[in-house]
Design a protein around this ligand. Sequence first.
Ligand SMILES: Cc1cc2nc3c(=O)[nH]c(=O)nc-3n(C[C@H](O)[C@H](O)[C@H](O)COP(=O)(O)OP(=O)(O)OC[C@H]3O[C@@H](n4cnc5c(N)ncnc54)[C@H](O)[C@@H]3O)c2cc1C
Length: 95
Amino acid sequence: MTAYSRRLGDPTHKPNPNLAPLLKPHFYAVRIHAGLACTSLGLEADADGRVLDVSGMLIPVLYTAGIDMNSPFKGAYLGADANLGPSITFGYRAA
Ligand SMILES: Cc1cc2nc3c(=O)[nH]c(=O)nc-3n(C[C@H](O)[C@H](O)[C@H](O)COP(=O)(O)OP(=O)(O)OC[C@H]3O[C@@H](n4cnc5c(N)ncnc54)[C@H](O)[C@@H]3O)c2cc1C
């Protein structure tokens, strides 16, 4: 569990701030399906959104931004707008 997910729980509840027994009814159930809201690993690029090949060389006239681009956070979702912030920033720089 990351520090970020611990912060979303109840810090007074030990040992896990996000897990507790369900003791008091009413109980409800929902069917949950896994979905993809975003990715945070993608094409490696420089600060202007120019795509780099596996050896770190620029691929001419190939740009990336948004979820196609490798996140500056390298695979971690650190918190709100970890996707939209870099998407807007690097989209602007690439344009
Ligand atoms: C429910 C939800 C909540 C989210 N909340 C947050 C949040 O709070 N903060 C945050 O940072 N991120 C959040 N995200 C993630 C964020 O929205 C995405 O990371 C971001 O929108 C990705 O932008 P993008 O431009 O890369 O891709 P997209 O926004 O998916 O844009 C891709 C575009 O390409 C178009 N397209 C696809 N195929 C074709 C084609 N063949 N020809 C032409 N057009 C095509 C699509 O229609 C779409 O408009 C959330 C995502 C979801 C689903």
